[in-house]
Design a protein around this ligand. Sequence first.
Ligand SMILES: [Zn+2]
Length: 199
Amino acid sequence: MNNIVNNKFGRLTVLKQISYYRIICLCECGKNTNVTYSHLLRGNTKSCGCLHIERIKEANTIHGESVPITKEYEAHSGMMQRCYNSKKKQYKNYGGRGIMVCKRWHNYNNFLTDMGRAPSKYHSIDRINNDGNYTPKNCRWATQSEQNRNKSNTKMNKYIVQYIRERKAKRSIIIGELNGICSIANYKAIQQKRTWKHI
Ligand SMILES: [Zn+2]
């Protein structure tokens, strides 16, 4: 068996051969790692794993939006998830009720061009018409308090009242579906017909 101690394979320098198959190496990043000799010789193993992680980060880097991701990139992926990933908790309030992202914005760079950067870290993406889609016309950066004000602008109407009375689901689910239009107090008053008595 050749003495391969101190030989270099990619980022790995051999420290010790512990069996014919197993080699302890020191990686350039400072970590020790136990690797398979044949993988090392064939060039399949070139680092402790740090090289692989770096490649993944590079692949996820979109036009300078590096890891850790920017506020705008986070807003974009959150929006896509809410509208198209039915496994996400918030989906029922977005994709689940027909809210979509315009085709142009399926591309992150178009989204960034149209929206610009968020004015501060307290701003997030807000739809002006709460029943409308994510489009350049219907979206703006807004703080949470601006968004709450916007939501309460959607007034109760007879269709919502009917929905509240007829929908067979837990109170919390219904209030969630109505996304800020209906509070608990409001819900109770409507159910007990203390308000909207004529519906
Ligand atoms: Zn390493």
